[in-house]
Design a protein around this ligand. Structure first.
Ligand SMILES: Cc1cc2nc3c(=O)[nH]c(=O)nc-3n(C[C@H](O)[C@H](O)[C@H](O)COP(=O)(O)OP(=O)(O)OC[C@H]3O[C@@H](n4cnc5c(N)ncnc54)[C@H](O)[C@@H]3O)c2cc1C
Length: 295
């Protein structure tokens, strides 16, 4: 292994100043779970790693702001989110999704900032957070900007972040009566990488869907909003025949790609089935409310 510097700044400003907008071999590290795998595989040979683990504690906090939005420090671990009473009560779909992601050892150290910045199209959180309308706060030398999670990934392992910008916060709007579900379809263990990830968030009035937000993961080169399916769901009841039609139409004009988890044809088939199942799961959770699972 080529020797590299490992720096442990204590403030966000200091961490940002140690990054270099021109140098791809200088990288921030949150939990390091993806960075270490990339180094082992030889696809990343850093000259400097800037660890975010010693940053002030406030960068790992989970709070609710005055508007009722969930504000998550970029360095909050996935385990802290999974176990947060605030998350489990107000955003149960997030708590459930965290639990299905990888294993406890990874979740104990992986951070939400590192998770969203990694931009592997198979990640579970980007579709869910996109469907909920979440944003990230990206902080760089000249200040902070807000980016919709939906606009963060622009391709395989590629984001709109500058090399000296850090995800300092993630903001998830209040559910405010919406119901949501995420289907993680795996071909091996339940917590494995998904062959298909589908997130649905709905606003209902009686039996009728008033608003629908549907985002697909693990099938295209980035999380993809299914606008046609959303339009077909709006103003309709979740009736089996209609959901089947929406599922078939959802695959239109999508550039679904094959990978080690399944062929493009298989993923298309999964999408056509899981669209209706995920809509029904979202509606069922609206009757159940908060996430009370003991684990
Ligand atoms: C065995 C295993 C199984 C897994 N299974 C799944 C799975 O089923 N589903 C799933 O979604 N994921 C899965 N993962 C991926 C896991 O979710 C990610 O590795 C993890 O979330 C990355 O977070 P991290 O803090 O460790 O990031 P790091 O490894 O520290 O960093 C990842 C990337 O983000 C950059 N970065 C880190 N922090 C920031 C920041 N605050 N701002 C800007 N850039 C930053 C780094 O430079 C690097 O490019 C798995 C990982 C492992 C090791």
């Amino acid at each position: 292994m080529i020797p590299f510097e490992y720096l442990t700044p204590h403030t966000l400003d200091e961490a940002i100043s140690l990054l270099d907008p021109e140098d791809p071999d200088i990288r921030p590290v949150g939990g390091g779970t993806a960075v270490m795998l990339m180094m082992k595989a030889g696809v990343l040979r850093p000259t400097r790693l800037v660890s975010l683990r010693r940053l002030e504690g406030r960068h790992g906090q989970i709070q609710i702001d005055q508007k009722g939005a969930l504000r998550i420090g970029g360095m909050a671990t996935l385990a802290s989110l999974e176990n947060s009473p605030l998350v489990r009560t107000g955003w149960p779909v997030l708590a459930r999704t965290f639990r299905s992601l990888s294993n406890q050892r990874v979740r104990n150290v992986a951070t939400i900032g590192g998770n969203l910045a990694h931009a592997d199209p198979h990640m579970d959180m980007p579709p869910v957070l996109s469907a909920l309308g979440a944003t990230v706060i990206a902080t760089g030398p000249s200040g902070s900007r807000e980016i919709a999670v939906e606009d963060l990934c622009v391709g395989y392992y590629e984001t709109v972040l500058e090399r000296n910008e850090l995800i300092s916060e993630v903001v998830v709007p209040a559910m405010d009566g919406a119901c949501a579900a995420y289907s993680k379809v795996t071909t091996r263990a339940a917590h494995d990488w998904p062959a298909l990830g589908l997130a649905v968030s709905l606003r209902l009035e009686g039996q009728v869907i008033q608003e629908a937000s549907v985002v697909l993961g693990a099938a295209t080169d980035r999380p993809t909003r299914l606008a046609k399916a959303e339009a077909m769901l709006r103003g309709a009841a979740a009736e089996a025949g209609h959901l089947k039609q929406v599922g078939m139409a959802a695959t239109d004009a999508l550039d679904i790609v094959s990978d080690q988890h399944g062929s493009a044809g298989y993923k298309k088939h999964l999408l056509s089935i899981y669209l209706g199942r995920t809509v029904n799961a979202a509606i069922n959770t609206s009757n159940k409310g908060a996430d009370h699972d003991a684990h």
